[in-house]
Structures are given as C-alpha cells and as structure tokens.
Design a protein around this ligand. Structure first.
Ligand SMILES: Cc1cc2nc3c(=O)[nH]c(=O)nc-3n(C[C@H](O)[C@H](O)[C@H](O)COP(=O)(O)OP(=O)(O)OC[C@H]3O[C@@H](n4cnc5c(N)ncnc54)[C@H](O)[C@@H]3O)c2cc1C
Length: 493
C-alpha cells in the first residue's frame, strides 16, 4: 500500500478497533469516541502530510522492495544525508503539534528500522527471529502502520523482579509455548497512543538477569486488536470542550494505558527474542534502537522548546513585561535550552557513523546528554510559564463567557497592553493548557519519565561515559605540580 492517508489510518482503526477501556466504557469505535476522536484526527493529519504535493518528497521515499512511496521515518540511513532527510521529516511532524504529541508514529518507526537493521542480534537468540523482525519491519513499512509499545512491568513491588511479585503473572510472562506461538499473561505499562494498529512489546532493560526472569524476557509485536489484549486507559484529558478553550488537549491528547494480556497468543512469526535475559537487557543499546529513538526525541525537544519560546515571548509582549531584567533572564533560559537541544542534535548528526549493522547512526553522547537534560529543562520551562503568566493564567474565561452577556465587560477588563481581550485570553488559555491543565501536567510527567527513569539514565551515563582521559589529564596536572614543588624555589616556573 505505501504511505497512508489520514482517511486510511482512520479506516484501519474502525475496521480493527483495539479493546480499549476508558472511564468504565468499552470503546467500540475509537474514531467516534469523545476521548479519542480529536487525537486520531491529529494523527490522521500527519499521515495526510505525506500526500501533500509540496511535501511528498520530504516526507516519503521509494520503498526498496515495492517501489511505492513509503514514510521516510522507516528509512535505514546509510549516509549523513539520509539522517538529515529523516530529521527534516520528523521535524515537520513534530512542529504540527508544537512537540506535544511525543508519539507521532516516527518515534517507533525509528526503533523498528534499527531493530530490523540489527536483525542478526535477534538471530543470535534463534535464527528464525532475525527473519521475523526483518519481515515485520517490511510489513509495517509497506502498510504504513502505526505502532504503540510497552516496556515496563507493573509498578507493584520495585524491590524485587517480575518473578517475585505477589502473582507470577502480574508482570506479563510466557505461560506456555505451542506449535502456533507463545501464550502471554499479565500486564505491562504504559502504552502511550493505544490507538495504534500494532503494539511492540519490547524487552525491559531492568530484568535482574537470573534464570527466574527468563519467562519475562521477550520481544514481540502483535496487532492491537488481538483477542485477549486489553488497554486500560487513564481518564481522558480531552474534555470535549471548545477547542479555543483547550487548544492542546482538544487536539493532542495521546492517552496512556496499562496493557493487559489475557492469555494472548503471539504467533511465532511475530516473536523476535525469547527467554534470553541478557540479550533482552542489552537489546536497546546493542541494536542502537535507543539512539535512533533519541534522535527523534531530540527533534521533538527542539520543536517543543521553539513552541514554548514563542509562547512565552507572546505572553511577555502582550502584557509588556519585557523591560524587567528577570523576565529577560527567564526568556533567555528558554533560549539556552533551545540552543542546547539544537547543538546536541547537530553534534549527533555531524559525528554520526556507520554502526556494526551498517546503519548511519547519530553519535550517542550528545543525544544521551540531551535525554538527561530535558527531563529537568522541560519542567523548568513550565515553571517559567507560571512565573511570567502569574495570575493571568487564571484570568482565562471561556469562549462561552466571551460570547455571553458579560462579553463587553470581559473585553474591557481582560485587554492587554498589546492584545485585545479575545487574543489575550486565547494566548493565556494556550499557556494554561501547556503548563497547568491536566494535559499540561501530563506533558511535564511525560518529559520527566517517558524515556526512562532519569535517575537510572544518569547512572547509565556515569557508568558508560569514557571519563578516563579526563582523570588522566588531572593526574598528569597533579604530577606536574608535585614535580615543580620538588624543585628549588628559584627553578620553579
Ligand atoms: C506519560 C508517560 C508515558 C509513558 N509512555 C510509555 C510508553 O508508551 N511505553 C512504555 O513502555 N513506557 C512508557 N512510560 C513509562 C516509562 O518508561 C517509565 O515511567 C520509566 O521507565 C520509569 O519507570 P516507572 O514509571 O515504572 O517508575 P518506577 O521504576 O516505578 O520508579 C518510581 C520511583 O522509584 C525509583 N526507583 C525504582 N526502581 C529503582 C531502581 N532500581 N533504582 C533507583 N531508583 C529506583 C525511581 O527513581 C522513581 O523515583 C510512560 C511514562 C509516562 C509518565
């Protein structure tokens, strides 16, 4: 089929709706359900961009197998230019939501492309698995399917591994193997954007490594509409209000769900890793999937920071606070985050190299620095929106108020130095939705955690960063100091 249109994406969801539960409701038609109808249209708009004549070449490339135009985020890059093309395409998608939809499909398309390029890694677990992941990648690319994923075992008892929870099938585990495939029971968290065609169930990197963890060590992918697979959502933050009142939540509420496997059969051809605890723990890093995902993440960080910078600058301008030094300092702080993210991205691409799987892979240290910094930088930018908006973030009547009997009063008392009341209220409602609403709160939590626990990410950086040359330099300096001190005073430099 090749690159899909938005309508084809929506048709796919209607034809094969996953078993999604939200606020006690079984969602029969996610395209029509109030919790999802807006966000699925936003995802559809991304797919439609692939067919805009002016963007077609930027968004798609000719499939090496079918010759059809397919989404560029599936590309296995071989050159620096390939990486730049992928980045431009991802930026176009990220800009659509101001970076507020972390799960535009490119996020997992990058992971899948890396997994397929590193198919030999899976083949070392079982020769069939390498072929499975290669075929699966082609299947998803040619059908332009939308993926969600889940990695983490339920947050029940973090002091022990999955095998020692209160119930052996609290964390999703293999119950048995049959001629047809593996049967999986238990739960995983979270799956953002459950409104997807397929779910990739990735290995968790926190298995303890013992034989007891083997039933929990796997990588596979299945349709989200597979029998026995359930998505239990949190409540929706899209309250179905006038989109001018909830400008972000009414478009980009991508939803998060706990995934429950009720003896789900995973066919063998969809199994990519099984029972190899060590290989599962190392899969993200060794296949370089984490690097290609981080590339997408930092592109999103740039788009999101640009959006917040535009937002705070408009707020500052509207109420004429640009002359205060601390205001300038706070806006400058957002600029510093933006330029840092841009620099990380540029460095990662400039220092990209072919990896052992033949994939042109961005340099990891700058991306790793970006993914460690942003979980702190994003909440700080949200705080800056609070500090600059102050009570203006509460002076946000709704469109119904503006159009109601008090409209004229509101026009008077809500005007700003450089914006009439309507424009100012629209702007400050956007700021509220970015920084204070349930949607905004979830964005901050997302940035803190979605790519992993920041504490453990920092620990991994500490463990893996090559610190030796710098320690050696300081040792040499101290040696020089010693040598110089040993010389007679007159001979010291
Ligand atoms: C909005 C949102 C969307 C997400 N979307 C997805 C998704 O689509 N797919 C997916 O797979 N995951 C998703 N995640 C989950 C994400 O990967 C995890 O939040 C992250 O890995 C941290 O794990 P946890 O939430 O289980 O926290 P926990 O591991 O339960 O940690 C809770 C606290 O205990 C501490 N702690 C726990 N264990 C240790 C330890 N061993 N060492 C040190 N400290 C420890 C942590 O530092 C933290 O402070 C999402 C998360 C959020 C918030």
């Amino acid at each position: 089929m090749g690159a899909r249109t938005g309508a084809q994406f929506l048709d796919g969801l209607r034809a094969h709706p996953p078993e999604i539960w939200v606020s006690g409701d079984r969602v029969r038609d996610p395209v029509a359900h109030p919790a999802f109808r807006n966000v699925v249209r936003s995802v559809a708009a991304l797919y439609d961009m692939q067919h805009e004549p002016a963007l077609r070449d930027e968004m798609t490339y000719a499939s090496p197998s079918s010759g059809e135009r397919v989404g560029l985020s599936f590309l296995v890059p071989r050159t620096h230019d390939d990486l730049v093309r992928v980045r431009r395409m991802m930026k176009r998608w990220a800009d659509y939501s101001g970076g507020m939809m972390g799960r535009s499909p490119d996020y997992l398309n990058r992971a899948l492309a890396a997994y397929a390029a590193a198919a030999d890694y899976m083949a070392a677990n079982d020769p069939r698995f390498g072929e499975h992941v290669r075929r699966y990648y082609e299947f998803v690319r040619e059908g332009d399917l939308c993926l969600t994923h889940t990695l983490i075992n339920p947050q029940s008892n973090r002091a022990v591994g999955p095998a020692r929870q209160a119930d052996p099938y609290l964390a999703a585990g293999v119950v048995r193997e049959t001629d047809a495939g593996i049967v999986v029971r238990g739960a995983r968290m979270l799956a953002t954007l459950p409104l997807a065609d397929e779910i990739m169930v990735f290995p968790s990197t926190v298995l303890r490594g013992g034989a007891e963890d083997a039933p929990y060590a796997f990588a596979f992918a299945i349709p989200t509409a597979t029998p026995g697979l359930r998505f239990i959502c949190r409540e929706s933050f899209d309250y179905g209000r006038d989109p001018r009142d909830h400008p972000l939540a009414s478009r980009f509420e991508e939803m998060d769900a706990v995934v429950v496997f009720d003896d789900v059969l995973v066919p063998w051809e969809r199994v990519f890793l099984l029972r190899d605890v060590e290989r599962c723990n190392r899969a993200f890093a060794e296949t370089r999937a984490v690097v290609h995902m981080a590339h997408q993440v930092v592109v999103k960080n740039v788009a999101k920071t640009e959006f917040l910078l535009g937002l705070v600058c408009l707020m500052v301008d509207a109420i004429a606070i640009e002359g205060f030094q601390h205001v300038q300092e706070k806006v400058a702080e957002v600029i510093q985050t933006l330029e840092a993210m841009r620099a990380f991205l540029r460095a990662a691409e400039a220092d990209a190299a072919l990896d052992r799987w033949g994939m042109m892979t961005p340099a990891w240290p700058p991306l790793d620095a970006a993914r460690n910094l942003f979980p702190r930088a994003y909440p700080r930018m949200v705080e800056i929106v609070h500090q600059l908006g102050a009570s203006g973030l509460m002076a946000i009547p709704t469109s119904a108020d503006l159009d109601g009997p008090l409209g004229a009063v509101i026009e008077t008392y809500y005007q700003a130095a450089r914006a009439d009341a309507r424009s100012r209220i629209r702007l400050f409602r956007l700021a509220w939705d970015a920084a204070l609403s349930a949607f905004g709160g979830r964005q901050a939590l997302y940035e803190r955690f979605f790519f992993g626990d920041p504490v453990r990410m920092a620990g991994a950086m500490f463990a893996n960063y090559d610190k030796a040359p710098y320690m050696e330099r300081v040792r040499a300096f101290l040696g020089r100091v010693e040598d110089e001190a040993a010389r007679p005073a007159g001979e010291r430099p």
